[in-house]
Design a protein around this ligand. Structure first.
Ligand code: C5P
Length: 239
């Protein structure tokens, strides 16, 4: 296997709706880096399980799906949808973004065999010139040596409102109250599981975006990249 440990990784972790996708996209575009959307991998295992009629409690079978599923990510120029996602050749970009798919993903994500099944796949995204890795355990488990780790967070209310607007724009119908409840429950599951619980790595820099603008979040992230990697992020029209 090629040694990729010199290729820089920026780990972006945090709870659902904290703006990780937006920051990941802006950094990847501005640096010409690759993107790993690790949440999409858990969502894809869930979708593959539904498609194949796999029992969600059958851990070895779910892990096999993780090892064997044929996934492809295609970068786009659309800031709202930076990656198109394909499972077994079928475009499932919209299907995996529903709240149900997120809830299903967070139910199977605590299973250790499922997490291990996609470790090698996740590492395979580490290609030159660099990687921005978005998830829950990028800084604490998958890329512990990353030279920059950012932990993004915001109140449940702020995150629910952002998610609501994103899903509304994509015509995925859901109520704000239901979304708030779902996000709070998902936080609870993600933060309190035994394996790779969601928490900031000891060396992560925390950005709380509850009461700061999207612009300010980006400015802070860009400054951190300059400080930790010595790289200047180019701002483009899509970010
Ligand atoms: O980030 P996203 O909302 O797509 O993630 C869906 C679910 O997948 C999360 O709620 C979490 O349970 C799980 N996940 C994880 N580890 C990651 C990324 C996502 O456990 N690195």
């Amino acid at each position: 296997m090629n040694d990729t440990t010199d290729i820089p990784v920026i780990a972006i972790d945090g709870p659902s709706g904290s703006g990780k996708g937006m920051v990941t996209h802006a950094l990847a575009r501005g640096l010409g880096f690759h993107i790993l959307d690790s949440g999409a991998l858990y969502r894809l295992i869930g979708l593959a399980a539904i498609k194949s009629g796999t029992d969600p409690a059958d851990e070895p079978a779910l892990a096999r799906l993780g090892l064997e599923m044929d996934v492809r990510f295609e970068p786009t120029d659309d800031a709202e949808e930076p990656l198109r996602v394909f499972l077994e050749g079928e475009d499932v970009t919209v299907r995996i973004r529903t709240d149900e798919a997120g809830v299903y993903a967070s139910r199977i994500a605590p299973l250790p065999q499922v997490r291990e099944s996609i470790r090698i796949l996740q590492h395979s995204f580490r290609c030159a010139p660099g990687l921005v890795a978005d998830g829950r355990d990028m800084g604490t488990d998958v890329f512990v040596g990353a030279p920059l780790k950012i932990y993004l967070t915001a109140s449940v209310e702020a995150r629910a409102e952002r998610r609501y607007n994103q899903l509304k724009d994509k015509d995925i119908g859901v109520s704000l109250a239901a979304l708030s409840q779902s996000i709070a429950e998902r936080d609870e599951r993600d933060m309190n599981r035994a394996v790779a619980p969601l928490r900031p790595a000891d060396d992560a820099i925390v950005i709380d975006s509850t009461s700061i603008s999207r612009e300010e979040v980006l400015e802070r992230a860009f400054a951190l990249v300059q400080e930790h990697l010595g790289l200047t992020v180019t701002r483009d029209a899509t970010t």
